[in-house]
Design a protein around this ligand. Structure first.
Ligand code: SIN
Length: 303
């Protein structure tokens, strides 16, 4: 039976219907899921009951798993799974708590950057929304004037770990606090400001995430002004959506063509009605079952 879907409310995204991933991860089904994913950039599959191994195999359909740089927030014994959570245990947070509450694209501060993120909702707040907000970088690019497109196509952006809007360690809107060891491993990397998506070939306004800190050959104040201006444009309501999870929901976003940010949350302990716990896997490269444009596995600068 073909995989069915319907658009999600908001500017973009699709909900896949009538699919039980614990029973069907066949090649034919996954090809269809991937084609919906690359067309809509964000997909949700509600009401799943997955073993960890089933979530793991599903996430591998999107690319090569990459254990997260924040190694103290990975799941014990399963390094590919990063915890997103407001839960605190034994005096410490068990996952990313406040450190993703700014517009970013996952792991743009490494080379190659991540290509997709796959999450599985284990526990979600009862009676209150705690959505992930997403913005469509294809639509944001398409809506720029031809003059701006000509000006920014070909620019190269400097990224490193952090949020350029708030670099104060421990602030709720800064990036997640690093351990001393992680601080030693932060690197500068460069990615094109506008990329061509390796599967669809569409142009995406990639380089405006919070981890972008400069533009090659441009004075910093000018670069910051341009990055701020483009980010403000890209996160206008007409390009954004929000997805609020129920336990069992699987959601996946294309990190080449979306920005996202986490909701602000109150700290919790396990069992609190407002406790939130998502498992997250990130991958690099394109999905093994997807035909990539020109056989390229990384995004290319728009020529
Ligand atoms: C993230 O993956 O950046 C966090 C998303 C969320 O917690 O909603």
């Amino acid at each position: 039976m073909p995989v069915s879907f319907r658009p999600l409310p908001g500017a973009f995204g699709a909900e896949i219907l009538d699919l039980d991933l614990s029973r069907d991860q066949s090649e034919a089904t996954m090809r269809e899921v991937l084609s919906i994913f690359y067309e809509h950039q964000f997909i949700a599959i509600r009401g799943q009951k997955l073993q960890l191994s089933e979530f793991d195999s599903f996430s591998r359909c999107f690319g090569t798993q990459r254990p997260h740089f924040l190694d103290h927030l990975r799941m014990d014994g399963h390094p590919a799974i990063l915890m997103l959570s407001n839960i605190h245990e034994s005096g410490r947070q068990i996952g990313i708590y406040e450190g993703a509450c700014f517009w970013h694209t996952d792991v743009a501060y490494e080379d190659p950057p991540n290509s997709a993120t796959i999450v599985y909702a284990i526990d979600t707040p009862k009676g209150e929304a705690a959505p992930t907000y997403l913005a469509d970088m294809f639509a944001a690019y398409d809506a720029l004037t031809e003059r701006t497109k000509r000006m920014i196509d070909g620019l190269i952006v400097l990224h490193h770990y952090g949020n350029r809007y708030d670099t104060k360690e421990g602030s709720p809107t800064a990036a997640e606090r690093l351990t001393e060891d992680q601080k030693q491993r932060v690197q500068n990397v460069h990615h094109p400001l506008v990329i061509r998506h390796p599967v669809t070939g569409r142009r995406s306004l990639y380089g405006v995430a919070g981890s972008s800190f400069g533009i090659v050959g441009m004075p910093d104040d000018e670069a910051f002004d341009l990055l701020h201006e483009l980010a403000e444009h890209a996160t206008k309501p007409e390009f954004t959506t929000a997805y609020d999870y129920a336990p069992g929901d699987v959601a996946c976003w294309d990190t080449y063509s979306t920005l996202h940010k986490a909701p602000g949350q109150k700290a919790a302990v396990r069992g609190d009605p407002h406790a939130r716990l998502l498992w997250r896997v990130s991958v690099t490269g394109t999905a093994p079952l997807a035909a990539s444009r020109q056989d390229q596995l990384a995004p290319q600068a728009a020529e």
